[in-house]
Structure formats: structure tokens, C-alpha cells
Design a protein. Sequence first.
Length: 67
Amino acid sequence: MNRLARPTNGRMIGGVCAALAQRFGTSATTMRVIFLISCLLPGPQFLLYAALWILFPSENKAARTAW
């Protein structure tokens, strides 16, 4: 499984949808559509997106980190 890291290419805003798409093997457009549809439902979608933006490292930083 791929490690969750925001890619440097293919980002729209923060790269969260692109990172989730890489992780689950779908296209980034599909993840973005799913996120937009989920925004029609009540809940903290934008807060979750912001939290994932903070928690997911950038692809550059993830490559430099030796775990």
C-alpha cells in the first residue's frame, strides 16, 4: 500500500484528494467529486479536509524522512 503523502504534482488546493486517490487507486477527479458530493451532507467535511492537509506530509518531506 502507498504511504499517504500529498503529491507535488496534480494538486488543486492542498493535495489531500490526490493523496487519497493514490492511496486507494482511483483518479484524483473521482476523489474530488466524492468530496464535493459529501459537502451536500451535514458534517465537518471542510474541517476534516483542513486536518488532513496538516497531517499528511508533502511528498518532498515524506521522501526525506527515513522511517
